[in-house]
Structures are given as C-alpha cells and as structure tokens.
Design a protein around this ligand. Structure first.
Ligand code: TXA
Ligand code: MG
Length: 322
C-alpha cells in the first residue's frame, strides 16, 4: 500500500495537539488519541458517548514498544507475537503507572494491541506516544470498516480521518488475558481460536465471552445495533415467520426463497469465511438503511471465524434487559 505521507503528518499533528484521529486498522477503524494525555482520552469517551467503566485498547507499533506501559511482558505474549507478529489480537497485561486510570477504567490491567495495517504502523512510527483507540462508532452501534462509515457517524467531531480503504479482517481483535496462566480468551475476534492455539502452542483453557463477565466490561450483550431489529436464529423458522413482511436478509452464500431479493445481502458470494468476516459490519449497515422493518440472519458453522461472526450477530440481535 502506498502511504500518503502528508495525511500521516496531518494526523500526527492532530494527535500531538491532544485531538482525536480516526485510524484504519486491519480489524476495524479506531478513534485514536494520545493514551498518555487524559484530556485527549476523555474526548474519546465523549465523542463515542461511551461509559467510563469500559476500558480502551492501547495501540503500539511493536511488542518492544509496549514495555514502558506494562509491568512485564508474559512469556505467552512473547510466544504468540514471535509466531504472528502484529495482527488482530489484543493482550491484557498488568499495567505500569504510565497508563492513566481513565484508559483502563481503573483496572490494573491494560489491553495492548499491535495493529498490522500499514497506515496505523506509519502513524505509530511518526509519534512517540501510544494510542488509545476504541472502534470509531458511537457506543452500541456497528463498528466501522470503511472511512465512509466513520465519516457518516463521527465525521464532524474528529480532527482528522485517515482513509486506509476497507478493513481486511473486518472483525475486532481477539482479546486474551495474559495476566494468569493458561490461554484465556475474553473476546472472540479476527484471529480464529484455531490459529491462536497454534501460535500459543496450547489449547484455550478458558473462554469467557459472556456479557456478565466482569473482566471484559465492554462485551455487553447488546451491541452492533444497525438501526433495525435483528433476529438471529434458525433459517427455516425465521423465513417462515417474516416472509410476509418487509424483511432484510443477511445470508451466507445463497439468497433465501420467499423474500424479495433486493432486500437480501450475501456475506460470502465466494463461500469463504474470511470474506464473510470482512463484509459483515458493512452489510449490516446497508441492511439497516433499507426500507425494511427487521433483519434476519442465521448461524454460520461454529468454527474458525464463523464463531466470532456468530458472536457478533448474536449481540446485534440481543434486546435490552429492561
Ligand atoms: O480490533 C480492535 O480491537 C479495535 C481496533 C480499533 O483496535 N478496537 C476495539 O476497541 O474493538 P473497543 O473499545 O471497541 O473494544 C475493546 C474491548 C472492550 O470490550 C473493552 O471492555 C475491552 O476491550 N478492554 C479494554 N481494556 C481492557 C482491560 N484492561 N480489561 C478488560 N477488558 C478490556
Ligand atoms: Mg467497539
């Protein structure tokens, strides 16, 4: 990818002034600010309308660059990083005093991510501080996977929007808790459990991705709202239930019968799970804007990225508890 140096310089300038920048990563676009500047971090919470109990991920250019911000780098993190390098994974480690409590919502751990996207890398190499960055969407809504998604929801509120094209992975990073022994997964994401286990050289020992899990406070069950009611369940029953009404369909690789084709979108016309992951959030947004009253979608095979996609669809379909 050809990097627009001028764009990187302008984004870096905003960040140095304590302002926010939308930054492409291979997972989703992030809303970034200097993680060491509490006023800049406070702006992220304000722009996103994000509750302060929900901690932010801190982005650095390499594992070495994370050293000042953690007590130590656990052997498991070194092992995985030596196999995978930068990519769609976030490591929870014990934080050092340099990371403000606002970033971690008072937790003693900090979530560290090393994005692979060349523009994120170029930006991180231009500045001398780490970047706190949640996904660049208002709290509770679908994560952005193109610059246009960011512009439509947050455009006027950020100092600079770096356009790095559509995100290749399309699902947020897989989060692991490296503060205790074992391979403990807190969020399913863009790195499949199969690849994670291979890189870690061990099997997952704990999978804690439910909304009641206090160690990943941001994994609320209601999330990824595309603006319409979403139903996630058995294909035949949902099609039967909604075939008479204005219904959007998010199907895997084949249109369903009994519902108008213009209200249907295919996640993976090529049948590949990677394609489905990359297109998921964009298509949810598209369906949300159609003249339909609800969106129906169906579980994919629960392996590889299918598992993380199912997780996101389930959350998009979750209803408020009250
Ligand atoms: O792919 C990604 O991870 C994207 C890109 C921009 O890097 N970021 C992202 O951030 O998805 P966000 O804020 O939408 O999700 C971060 C998740 C939340 O569920 C939050 O609760 C959890 O990470 N998290 C962050 N710091 C944590 C900590 N210290 N302890 C437990 N959970 C933490
Ligand atoms: Mg998010």
């Amino acid at each position: 990818m050809l990097i627009d140096k001028q764009a990187i310089a302008q984004a870096a300038d905003c960040l140095k002034r304590g302002l926010t920048v939308a930054m492409p990563t291979e997972t989703v676009y992030g809303l970034a600010a200097n993680a060491l500047d509490t006023r800049a971090v406070a702006r992220i919470f304000e722009i996103k309308n994000r509750p302060h109990f929900d901690p932010l991920i801190v982005h650095v250019r390499s594992l070495e660059a994370a050293s000042p911000f953690v007590k130590e780098i656990p052997a498991l993190v070194k092992q995985i990083y030596s196999q995978l390098g930068s990519g769609p994974i976030t490591y929870l480690m014990s934080k050092s005093a340099r990371i403000p409590d606002l970033v971690t919502a008072g937790h003693t751990t900090v979530a560290i991510r090393i994005p692979a996207h060349p523009m994120a890398q170029a930006l991180l190499k231009t500045i001398d501080f780490p970047l706190a960055a949640p996904s660049a969407n208002p709290f509770g809504f679908t994560s952005p996977t193109t610059a246009a998604h960011v512009a439509s929801q947050l455009g006027t509120q950020i100092c600079y929007l770096l356009d790095g094209g559509p995100c290749e992975v399309g699902l947020e990073s897989t989060i692991i808790d490296a503060t205790a022994p074992g391979l403990r997964v807190l969020r399913l994401g863009g790195l499949s459990l199969e690849l994670l286990e291979k890189a870690a050289g061990m099997a997952v020992t704990e999978l804690q991705t439910s909304s009641s899990n206090p160690s990943a406070p941001g994994m609320l069950s209601q999330h990824y709202n595309p603006g319409k009611t979403v139903y996630f369940g058995d294909e035949a029953s949902l099609v039967k239930q909604f075939s008479g009404s204005r219904t959007g369909v998010l199907a895997f690789d084949k249109l369903v019968e009994g519902i108008s084709p213009e209200n249907q979108r295919l996640l993976a016309p090529d049948g590949r799970m990677e394609t489905a992951a990359a297109r998921l959030f964009g298509l949810l947004r598209e369906l949300g804007q159609l003249p339909v009253d609800q969106i129906i979608c169906f579980p994919l095979p629960d392996t590889g990225l299918g598992r993380a996609i199912n997780d996101r669809l389930q959350r998009a379909a979750a209803r408020p508890l009250h």
